[in-house]
Design a protein around this ligand. Structure first.
Ligand code: ADP
Ligand code: MG
Length: 695
């Protein structure tokens, strides 16, 4: 007999070669196999009499095999097996190409069931490469709602169906982590039922019910985890900061603008948190250009006035450096030093210092505001009195880095007790509400849903034709003549394509330089450049040594070049709306009227419909909701990035499911915070965590 944990290596019917292929899909145990779900089903439930068949119909037939002929095709020398299937009403020819096992198993007078598509050729009706099995057997490959599995690494659906049938026969226990009362309350099937329904559904209804159960499980786990982390924060000891209102007002008065209402509200929420005895754990969710930096600066100022340190983390060196520069300006009139600590830069007291020097200064508590990349998370970086951690674009940090962030704490002098720093996460992707709850269920939320008033809305146009492209280039020339600058963005989609994309960007750079803008200076920025080179290009662009910057998607977040007034995005349809909105946010960062041109690669009605949303609105949250509807949650976070499993991803638009999962998670944790009375659930949650922490 098997259990969930039986390794597939112990199953004699799985050959070594196959085992290797399964491992590549990260399928090692019976459990993994059971959780390898079909991605669709073919409906072969109905059995048709042969004389009723119509070409192009997908159907199941039952009959007797006669006239088996094996041979090779004349031209391509493919293995060929032909046979005739006879039932009471008529007969049909069957043909298989290159399927050795058919020739080996099929015998004359055998009663079989076949499922496939009927077609017609010169000689009448025929079925090509149908699935078949002996009709006295239970329906596995034919005559039912046949599951189709993701067929990668050379593993066929037939293999999965066959193995899963065997596994179900040998599996005695289906330990269910979700308490029965919850399943009853929500009318969800047991784990055993759900696994059976997903692999062997009697009808579409059962498959859906199973998916509903698994979607619940995953969201339930996500929420349990989030609430546990939240509870941990709530019981943790924080450092209540005091806020000197007069000093703060004086600091705010040095800004060259007045705060927007949204910035005021978010700052108030953050300051209230900082005063509490438990650590803040908050997400600042704001549109591009909504001014998150200054809000973070206000929090850092309060910490510094308390004599305590703030770490500000950015996902890349370029962004860290930029934060460093903006914060240096913001804090110019204060006595607080801003320090930069990345892989390549160590700046302290306005000069470059060595790593050991800076480490010593940080651990002595001298610099109060330390901007950096994940380099700040190395184990030898010790803070003296870290009161606040600000993380820009947290989802772009790896899981181990996130874990390290949670560990950062310091020991207070008086009671030698661990103090957990206040935590502020920032994201420039406006995230729809369902997603914040699902992904950041452990965080409190502040929204910056308003742009500074002096902004002119960016004019956005889809430029599909050649003449529009020419007009756009003409506008670029005239804007540059006025002293402005332009971005031209090239898509860089998948890692594996990076080289090809870069070639395209290099070629385009050349074309633009030689043919389109021969008199202008054009820089090139792509992902394969070293951090220093990237930064040099960026700085040169900021210092106007280039008129135009051709870039792959690396400029996506945060880069600030206020003088740029045009952005052109090539093959715009390859990006999601939220991402395009991010790109667009690279311009319109100062008083100049700015433009965004979307050049679609293909001309299709549906593409234009989608892109038109950007023409119509500049509100990031509206765009985010639209993107969520069109492309699903993948539009916001890749599965791997988020650590969110597939089914849960599919269900992130399902507010009701998320809320129900959250309620159930709350309920169970209120009675049993550490899940000691629910060992199966505790265990499953642990496994779930390991599984989503694979990256
Ligand atoms: P983001 O939210 O995208 O990180 P930033 O913090 O980089 O935005 O701010 C974008 C620009 O807007 C910066 O140049 C900043 O100085 C400016 N800014 C921020 N707040 C305001 C405001 N209230 N009024 C005018 N300009 C502002
Ligand atoms: Mg920013």
């Amino acid at each position: 007999m098997f259990t969930f944990d039986t390794p597939l290596a112990n199953i004699p019917s799985i050959k070594k070669l196959t085992l290797g292929k399964l491992q590549r899909l990260e399928i090692f145990s019976v459990r993994d196999m059971l959780y390898h779900f079909p991605h669709r089903y073919e409906d072969y439930t109905e059995i048709h009499p042969i004389d009723s068949l119509i070409p192009d119909e997908k159907c199941t037939l039952v009959g007797t095999v006669t006239d088996i002929k094996a041979g090779r095709t004349w031209k391509k020398k493919m293995l060929l097996t032909e046979a005739t299937l006879v039932d009471e009403s008529g007969q049909i020819r069957l043909i298989w190409f290159n399927q050795r096992f058919v020739a080996q198993t099929l015998k004359s007078d055998m009663q079989i069931r076949v499922s496939g598509k009927v077609s017609r050729d010169r000689d009448g009706l025929i079925m090509q490469n149908p699935a078949f099995e002996r009709s006295e057997r239970d329906a596995t490959h034919t005559g039912r709602l046949v599951p189709v599995y993701p067929e990668t690494s050379g593993l066929t659906s037939r293999f999965f169906r066959w193995q899963l049938t065997g596994i179900f026969q040998k599996l005695a226990q289906f330990p269910d982590p979700v308490p029965e009362e919850i399943l009853d309350r929500l009318h969800l099937p047991s784990l055993k039922q759900a696994l059976f329904y997903i692999h062997f559904p009697k009808s579409e209804k059962f498959a859906l019910l199973a998916r509903k159960r698994f979607a619940f499980d995953e969201m339930f786990f996500v929420q349990l985890k989030a609430l546990q982390v939240k509870a941990l924060f709530e019981t943790a000891r924080g450092n209540p900061l005091t806020c000197d209102e007069t000093a703060l007002k004086k600091f705010i008065a040095t800004f060259p603008f007045t705060l927007t209402n949204a910035q005021k509200k978010a700052s108030t929420e953050i300051l209230a948190d900082l005063k509490k005895t438990r650590p803040m754990n908050r997400l600042l969710n704001g549109d591009v250009g909504s001014g998150k930096t200054i809000v973070a600066a206000i929090a850092a100022f309060v910490a510094a006035e308390n004599g305590l340190q703030t770490a500000i983390l950015a996902p890349t060196e370029v962004l860290a450096r930029q934060h460093f520069e903006s914060l240096s300006k913001i804090f110019r009139e204060t006595q607080h030093d801003i320090t930069l600590f990345t892989g390549s830069y160590r700046i302290f007291g306005g000069t470059t210092v060595t790593r050991p020097t800076l480490l010593k200064a940080i651990s002595a508590g001298i610099p109060k505001i330390i901007v950096g990349t994940h380099a700040l998370l190395q184990n030898d970086v010790a803070f003296d009195n870290l009161a606040l951690i600000v993380v820009d674009e947290q989802h772009r940090f790896g899981v181990s880095q996130r874990a390290r962030l949670q560990e950062l704490s310091y020991t207070s002098l008086d009671e030698s007790k661990e103090i957990v720093p206040h935590f502020l996460s920032m994201t420039a992707t406006p995230i729809p509400r369902t997603l914040t709850l699902a992904f950041f269920g452990n965080l409190d939320l502040s929204l910056l849903d308003e742009l500074p008033k002096d902004r002119k809305p960016i004019i956005t146009r889809i430029a599909a034709s050649n003449s529009e492209r020419e007009k756009t280039y003409a506008l670029v020339r005239s804007e540059i003549a006025k002293g402005r600058q332009a971005f031209i963005i090239f898509p860089l989609v998948e890692e594996s394509l990076a080289l090809k994309e870069i070639k395209a960007a290099v070629a385009e750079h050349k074309r633009l330089e030689e043919e389109v803008f021969p008199h202008l200076k054009i820089g090139l920025l792509h992902g394969r450049l070293k951090a220093k080179e990237k930064e040099e290009v960026m700085r040169d662009f900021q210092e106007k040594k280039y008129d135009i910057l051709v870039a792959t998607a690396v400029v996506e977040v945060g880069i600030n070049v206020p003088n740029a007034s045009i952005i052109i995005i090539e093959e715009a349809e390859r990006f999601g709306l939220a991402q395009l909105h991010q790109f667009r946010g690279r311009v319109g960062r100062a008083e100049h009227q700015s433009y965004c041109f979307l050049f679609p690669h293909q001309e299709a009605q549906s593409i234009n419909e989608r892109l038109k949303i950007l023409e119509k609105t500049t509100n990031g949250f509206t765009i985010a909701e639209a993107d969520l509807g069109i492309r699903g949650p993948g539009a916001f976070f890749g599965t791997r990035q988020s650590g969110m499993p597939d089914i849960a991803m599919e269900n992130l638009t399902n507010m009701k499911l998320i809320q129900i999962a959250r309620e159930e998670a709350k309920l169970i944790l209120s009675e049993d915070a550490l899940l000691v009375d629910h060992p199966l659930l505790k265990d499953a949650l642990q496994k779930f965590e390991e599984q989503i922490h694979l990256e």
